[in-house]
Design a protein around this ligand. Structure first.
Ligand SMILES: Nc1ncnc2c1ncn2[C@@H]1O[C@H](COP(=O)(O)OP(=O)(O)OP(=O)(O)O)[C@@H](O)[C@H]1O
Ligand SMILES: [Mg+2]
Length: 151
């Protein structure tokens, strides 16, 4: 899929809200991109779109945070984790099969958790605030789902 340009923070939040409309229980989102690329900002938009409770902030010091809601959101920061063989190891008070799980810095660490996942790449434009977002579907029906992304 071609890159989507997100000129401002608000655009990144808005894209997250649109993406949330496609999500269902058991989904795994793997967010990759350098420091400050906007991974957490995107998850904030997703959380808003899902209507979950609590403010989505960087989970850096807690590894994972659960936001309860109609479709709960599990927000994981894998930066300090080696591979994550089982999300169960995080001892969350939600079953990931019933939630959407969004993992920052998950590349190479979480792929074994599910048969399918949506990889989200974020890149910074060095000369502006714009972020470039690329969706990479892996398995499942992700390709069809992102093709139907609401405008
Ligand atoms: N177009 C944009 N999209 C997203 N964030 C933007 C944009 N323009 C500016 N920003 C700013 O960039 C920063 C993005 O920070 P954020 O915490 O979302 O990044 P991150 O990828 O999660 O970083 P980390 O690797 O530290 O977790 C915020 O301070 C935000 O205000
Ligand atoms: Mg972050």
């Amino acid at each position: 899929m071609s890159a989507i340009v997100l000129p401002t923070l608000e655009d990144t939040h808005a894209f997250g809200r649109r993406l949330a409309a496609l999500l269902r229980a058991g989904d795994l989102l793997v967010l990759n991109g350098p420091l400050g690329a906007g991974k957490t900002a995107l998850v904030q938009g997703i959380g808003a779109g899902l209507g979950v409770r609590g403010t989505v902030v960087s989970p850096t010091f807690v590894i994972a945070r659960v936001h309860q809601g109609p479709l709960p959101l599990v927000h994981v920061d894998a930066y300090r984790l080696g591979s994550l063989d089982e999300v169960d190891d995080l001892d969350l008070d939600v079953d990931v099969a019933d939630a959407v799980t969004a993992v920052e810095w998950g590349e190479g660490k979480v792929e074994q958790l599910t048969d399918s996942r949506l990889e989200i790449l974020l890149a910074r434009d060095p000369s502006s605030d714009a972020r470039e977002l690329t969706l990479v579907p892996h398995g499942g029906d992700w390709a069809a789902r992102i093709a139907s992304l609401p405008a």
